[in-house]
Every structure is written in C-alpha cells, then in structure tokens.
Design a protein around this ligand. Sequence first.
Ligand code: ASP
Length: 332
Amino acid sequence: MRITFSLLLALIALPCSAWNCLAQAPYAIAIHGGAGDLPDGKGQAARMEQLTKLLNQGEKMLADGAAGLDVVETIIKQMEDSELFNAGRGCVLNEQGEHELDASIMDGKSLACGAVAGSKTTRYPISLARKVMTETRHVMLSGQGADQFSKLMGLEQAGPEHFVTPEQVKRLQRWKAKQSTSSLNSYPTPKEDPGIYYGTVGCVALDKQGNLAAGTSTGGLVGKRWGRIGDSPVIGAGTYADNKSCAVSGTGIGEDFIRFHVASDIASRMKYAGKSLAVATDETIAQLPEDCGGVICVDSKGNVHAKHNTPAMSLALANSQGVRQIQLAPPK
Ligand code: ASP
C-alpha cells in the first residue's frame, strides 16, 4: 500500500515539476519595422502604436507557450497588412512602379529555413516562406514559380490594388526625380537622401521550449531594378536562427547585408568566438558602411539586443526577465 501511495505521489510530482519548469522557462521577442530616418510626427505615433500592440501580442503568445515560429509568422503577417511598413501592402515599388516581395523564415532548432524572392501575388510572403520551409525540399523559390507554389498551397492571393498604395507611388516619383545625381554603384543613405526610410519588417523569438526562430519580410529598396533580390530572403544575410547561438533579423541596404552576411556573422561570433549576444552584434554592425541599417537579435538564454547605425530604427523588445523597450530612434 505504501509503495502504491509513493508511486502515486511521484506520478503527480513529475508532471508538476515539468509544468513549473515550463512556466518559468525564459522567453524573449524582438520586432523591427525598418531602419533609416525618423518618419514624420504622424507616422511616428502610428508606428509606436502598432509596435506596442504587436509586442503585447507576441509576448502573450510566448508566455502562453506558443512556438517561436508561430509567433514570428503571426507578427509579421500583421505588419505585411499594415501600410506603415515596407512589406506586403504599402511596400516600396521597383523602378517600373511594381511590387516584388521578398521574405524568409528560419527554425533555430533544426536549421530548417524557407525563403521567397520577387513574389507578386501572395498576400502574406512570410507564410509562403514558411511553406517553402515545410512543404518542399528547397530553401528558396522565386518569381512566378514561388507564386504558383503559393496557389498550390492554397495561400491567400492578392493583386496590385492590394499591394500598391498612392503613398508609395508618390515616393517612387520623388526618388526618381533625384536619380540624376546619385551613383549607380551604391544606394542613397539617410545622410545623402534625408527622409529615406527602408521600413522592412522582422521578428525574432525564443520560446519556452528553448527554440529560436527568425523571420523577415520586405518590398526591398525603392526604385530597385526589377528582378533585384536583397538580403531579406537570403538566409545568413537578412535572417538567421540557430539554437546554439541566436536569432537575427536585419534591415537596411541589402547589398551590404549580403556582402557582410550580417545575420550569420553575429551567430558565428557567438558560436566560435564565445562572444555574448550584445558584443557579437555590436562588432558585426561596426564593420558595416556608415548609415547602412540595423538588426534585432535574441539568444537562447533570453537576452534581447538591437543595434543600428542609421539615424533611426523602429523596434520593440521584451523578455521574461522584465526587459521592455519600444523605440523609433534608440541610441546607436
Ligand atoms: N534590406 C532590405 C533590402 O535591401 C530593405 C530594408 O531593410 O528595408 O531589400
């Protein structure tokens, strides 16, 4: 009888301690809405409001035990629907006045990843990237092939009337008017073109199961040559996640982020040189050309960090240890 009673106690105690463990497990989230210059006053208030709402939602999902990948996709989908950011609806337009959307997502547990480049008809490119990750043997699909696969997967489709907004048509006109003076080999920075705001979106998360996830979505750079692919869908450049180091999402001049393979450079400094998240991130950003962009990062202990070298970067960070920060122009 005594043995049976002890066994019963053990059976109750085991799930209880596992439950306690999960309840106290660290979690962390970081969201960005792009780097560049500060938007005007009205744009600032709207962006702060949106970031606050998304941070609250993401934090609650993680506290309730949601998987990091689900949180990343849920947050980015809403940013893709918001005209405030350069992703999905309201994205910047290429030199022909068209939208071409790039996105990627990565699972830090398995290193599984998926990306799309130059999508034109998928309402939520981040969801298409996730389907590439889970439903194909590939990492990246582009152009018509990506959108055909999207239809095959039953993802929601949308036309130019959804993606192209009057604000972005005007922005492209303003940008074109300045082009006679700009260099063909580089992209204007906020110093050369005051008011320029890149606006890509990203989210990184550590969930209570100890898994890291990262995602990024963008319309690219205003006035880009059609067919141009930036860093956002390039795993290791704009997005990276590895449970052994960190999860990263970047924003800025994609060509430089590819040259410096920014996201995986941060992870490698942690993994091979034993650097902390903050030191690894700051070292990587310090190597970039001036006024180039920024990143958000979380590590497997629940530390969160952001770094940029542009005048501004929209970001929201929180973790279970009480960090909470929502800012449009954080100190560099
Ligand atoms: N990195 C993106 C690109 O070059 C742009 C951005 O961050 O806004 O496509």
